[in-house]
Ligand binder design. Structure first.
Ligand SMILES: NC(=O)c1ccc[n+]([C@@H]2O[C@H](COP(=O)([O-])OP(=O)(O)OC[C@H]3O[C@@H](n4cnc5c(N)ncnc54)[C@H](OP(=O)(O)O)[C@@H]3O)[C@@H](O)[C@H]2O)c1
Length: 304
């Protein structure tokens, strides 16, 4: 397998290279690409990508629009962290712990979902599977590295828009008053959980945290349930860690792959109303680790 990473100098691309090494993915060749060449990284072009049968994208939407189609045409596999292809009806949006079965033999394009949506779905899928999910309301506390390497470097230097502030706009507002990020969280959560008309209301907010997104989630279930039943379902879920006591914060989970849930409780007297606090490293499970897990599934399924 010859693997390339487009966007290898970025926040997600660097993490993909690290996770590929950590998980010992057998690559005969690993090519690193960015918008321009420097220090062992090559400039991205369709010709330069030709020797690679498996290409991770962690660049811009423009890079994915331009360079993904030729790779698919020549029979390659693409795992793409941009939002370009996520909502296409003919491609799966795979979170391996939740919907690995959505991969069909002829699929070769695998978008990786929005980081906030992946982290949310990891905590909601066990609820859906236990008592059904009727409605979700989420407010997020998203790390600066979610905006990429440039804003993170500014933040580390004590500069930029995210110092000493909380900004309730990620992306641009649509006509309905929701931001681009909020629309992605709603649409992609519905697709990953296979609940196409799930009512989901998000307020997504950038906060002065380096890495790992936090989410305050209210959800309504289809049936009444004891908190304990949901706690046990979360404890059984692969990739989820439940904290029965205390809290969990982004600084504690930075650099790790699990999604953490704390403060699971009833919201008021209705035994179908719950709240929880969810935290996950968005560069890892929200992006790079999920991407490499998809490749592991493809390796396990064998040659096409
Ligand atoms: N950051 C996150 O937490 C996160 C989570 C999930 C998904 N994503 C998505 O992942 C992608 C990468 O995000 P990021 O945060 O890692 O961004 P980033 O830190 O700004 O890095 C962007 C990378 O893409 C490269 N690039 C930009 N335009 C390119 C082009 N036209 N051709 C080839 N390479 C190009 C850059 O190369 P140069 O260094 O040469 O400019 C850099 O390596 C985005 O689509 C983003 O929405 C990000």
């Amino acid at each position: 397998m010859n693997i390339a990473v487009v966007g290898a100098t970025g926040a997600v691309g660097e993490t993909i290279v690290q996770v590929l090494r950590e998980r010992k993915i057998p690559a005969e060749r690993l090519g690193l690409f960015a918008s321009h060449a420097r220090n062992g990284v090559l400039e991205t072009s369709s010709e330069a990508l030709e020797p690679f049968d498996t290409v991770f994208f962690a660049g811009s939407d423009e890079a994915s629009s331009q360079f993904v189609p030729p790779i698919l045409e020549r029979g390659g596999v693409v795992i793409d962290n941009s939002s370009t292809y996520r909502m296409r009806a003919d491609v799966p949006l795979v979170v391996p712990e939740i919907n690995a079965a959505s991969i069909l033999p002829d699929h070769r394009l695998f978008p990786v979902g929005n980081c906030t949506a992946i982290i949310l779905c990891m905590a909601l899928a066990p609820v859906r599977d236990t008592v059904g999910l009727k409605l979700v309301n989420v407010a997020t506390y998203q790390a600066v590295s979610g905006a990429g390497r440039g804003p993170l470097e500014e933040f580390d230097a004590g500069k930029g828009a995210f110092i000493r502030n909380v900004v309730p706009l990620i992306g641009e507002f649509g006509d309905d008053g929701y931001s681009g990020e909020e629309t992605k969280v709603r649409d992609e959560t519905r697709k990953i959980l296979d609940l196409p008309s799930l009512p989901l209301y998000a307020t997504t907010v950038r906060v002065p945290v380096r890495t790992a997104h936090s989410e305050a989630v209210f959800f309504e279930t289809e049936c009444e349930a004891p908190v304990e039943a949901l706690a046990q379902a979360l404890e059984r879920a692969p990739g989820v860690v439940l904290h029965r006591e205390g809290v969990v914060t982004p600084r504690e989970v930075e650099g790790t792959d699990d999604v953490h849930v704390a403060r699971l409780r009833y919201a008021g007297d209705d035994k179908r109303h719950f709240q929880m606090w969810v935290v996950g490293d968005q560069l890892r499970k929200g992006a790079a680790t999920n991407a490499v897990q998809i490749l592991e599934l493809l390796i396990a399924r064998g040659p096409r």
